[in-house]
Design a protein around this ligand. Sequence first.
Ligand code: SF4
Ligand code: SF4
Length: 318
Amino acid sequence: MRADNPTEASRWIKQTALGIGFDKVGIARAESLPASFFIRWLKNGFHGQMDYLAGQVEKRLDPGKLIEGTRAVVSVALNYYHADPEPLPQALLSRYCWGEDYHRIVKERLQLLYSRIQDRFPETSGGYFVDSAPVMEKQWAVRCGIGWQGKNCLVITPEFGSWIFLGELLLDIELEPDNPLQRDCGTCRKCLDACPTGALVAPYQIDASRCLSYFTIENRQADLPDWVKSKLGNRIFGCDLCQSVCPINQKQAKTSKEPRFAADPRRLIMDIDAAQNWDKMQFKERYRNSPLIRAGYALFKRNLQIVRDNRKAQLRHP
Ligand code: SF4
Ligand code: SF4
């Protein structure tokens, strides 16, 4: 069957996506995104050492250049929120990496959705991505009506806040586009005020090179600058502060239907001194299929040492 009725095809794709377990789905017409904001962001050096972001800019801004013939972008969202473990660990991992690596979980669902679309509309082709290709996933999620861009630069959904993973399908069929949401952050600026490093330099503008997530996950220097270490506190991997202070996130947090995102007790760092003794094999065993594996043992040890030093300093000067 050809997808020659965009309204029907869109309805079918959305129902199928929700049936597969995605929490939200939306559609946008594939077109070139405005370049000026992104180019200015790169020129400001806000991407830090993440040089890959400065590559493939044309493809990044135009899905038709990434996959020729793309006519529609389907954006999907999966809620990953699970409540804090009790007691709280001594070293904090960002909530998104408490469980299994979302890349695998979102991708297996996208793969299933894509194959069902191809079964139903056999002449369809395209591709699917989760944080794995030059796709401006947040901009597409906003265009697809998944959520609005928060002042913390994350996509905020009215139903789940920003506790979501995003994925995209690029398809060469015409689909009925959704409208972006008519919502915004209003006068709130809690995320900007809470950011410990001033990385949120203005509403909707992040200097990633000042962000603690960047320093703990992406920056691979053997040591971190003193001003960063002092701001890290007990965060070993990522930072959730601009999400956890967000009133929408506090109000709308709902337990994810995906149990593989829940905190895996083997991964929680309840005792930082004991964790310091984990060798590379133990690290690999504990964090198998977790986002921490990508970061690697050396980075884990570097961050853990900083957390231990911070704890010692805090015990000396409570
Ligand atoms: S993740 Fe942390 S450091 Fe980065 S912008 Fe948000 S509050 Fe600031
Ligand atoms: S904390 Fe306030 S300003 Fe920041 S993203 Fe949430 S609603 Fe928007």
